[in-house]
Ligand binder design. Sequence first.
Ligand code: ASP
Length: 316
Amino acid sequence: MHPHLLSVDDLSRDDIERILGRAESFAEVSGREIKKVPTLRGRTVINLFYEASTRTQSSFELAAKRLSADLITLKAVGSAVDKGESLKDTVQTLSAYDPAAIVIRSPHAGAAGLVARWTSAAVVNAGDGKHEHPTQALLDLYTLKRRAGSLEGVKVWIVGDVLHSRVARSNILAFMRMGCAVTVCGPPTLIPRGIESLGCEVRYTLDELGSADVVYALRMQRERMTGSFVPSLREYAARYQIDGRRLGTNQLLMHPGPVNRGVELAAEVIDSPQALIAEQVESGVVVRMAVLYELLAGRGAPNGVREGAETEPQPA
Ligand code: ASP
């Protein structure tokens, strides 16, 4: 496995399977009353969040804490970034604490890759602009595998604003690597040209949505839209919203959150038994524990997972 997790491309199928297996063993820890193992005791994890986040930030925090790491979370607001400190200066300043890992969320594509050049810590990309969000893809694989049993041959439709979505990019790569068949669907203005080169199919209408096993809806990323990509949200919803009419009873529904209720999803499907949205959030913690474990603690059996919380951490 690479020293950093910047893109799904850093992961082989074996790496992904190992991480999913590891996450499974951490799920056992999450079921305990005391949800903590000593694996990263004495190691420092820094969360650097330059963009709004609820799920990703809170789950990385919980993941680091449950592994007993010392954790610092810095948001752009309230830090020296506010005063104009550059990303490079910030990373070099924080390196004085000798962090084992830096988890970075940034509005700029490629930011995580830059951080990896400036630090000796393992860098985890927690979302960089429109580029990638690899831990989202991993938690989605984990969630789907738990529900569907196997990922091989599963037909996934990714529907919506693919153009502005880092989740789409990471998930296309990840689903395909695990043997799923991926179709992306949305208005032509929101589908990047040439996306077929990733190996997925493209559709501009929901006419064949019935062939999907899994419908993965994306948020309309209005904060990243510089022009007008759809005539109106109402029109978008009329053509692409996943609602109770369009979602078959045997199809599973996923969404990375946050959901624009009434835009990409209708209320009735969000609350339906086919929706895996709450499970996706729940999976975030154990999958991020597994990622930190993989990058920082090596490849042996997760210490303390089965043996109990007093086991000594493994040397890196
Ligand atoms: N939470 C995901 C992300 O940070 C999806 C989204 O914002 O729509 O990319």
